[in-house]
Design a protein around this ligand. Structure first.
Ligand code: THU
Length: 137
């Protein structure tokens, strides 16, 4: 179990990082800029944005970019994730991102924040209750 309380300050920093990252989105095809930021177990904050590609299928979402960056920085576990979308109401991560979150943050809290600042918060297990995991050897 990799779980702990996330303070208001930590959420503020995560959401600010996610929103700032959305300004770096490369989204000429969808024009839908998304930002995400993960809080790692050591207290590090790692942002990401969506990066689209002219070969559409190669597009990578903001959430996965934030997680892969955190892992490349040495993170082993994610305890919180904020996602920012420029929408009137919050949106949740796509299925592919949920499966990637499952790898590093089965106990993570996920806060989905929209343009008004309103948010929905979930325990990761509410978003992907029966995600695939390789059986133990
Ligand atoms: N996208 C994300 O970055 N995160 C999500 O949770 C959903 C969708 C991106 C992918 C694509 O660049 C654009 O938003 C439209 O789907």
């Amino acid at each position: 179990m990799v779980e702990r309380n996330i303070s208001d300050d930590e959420w503020r920093a995560l959401v600010a990082a996610a929103k700032a990252a959305s300004a770096h989105a490369h989204c000429p095809y969808s024009r839908f800029a998304v930002g995400a930021a993960v809080l790692t177990f050591d207290g590090g904050v790692c942002p990401g944005c969506n990066v689209e590609n002219g070969s559409f299928g190669l597009t990578v979402c903001a959430e996965r970019n934030a997680i892969f960056r955190a892992v490349a920085d040495g993170a082993k576990a994610i305890i919180a994730l904020a996602v920012y979308t420029p929408t009137p109401t919050p949106t949740t991560p796509c299925g592919a991102c949920l499966q990637v979150i499952a790898e590093f943050g089965r106990d993570a809290r996920v806060r989905c924040v929209c343009a008004t600042g309103a948010f929905d918060e979930y325990a990761f297990g509410e978003l992907l209750p029966h995600g695939f995991a390789l059986p133990p050897e």
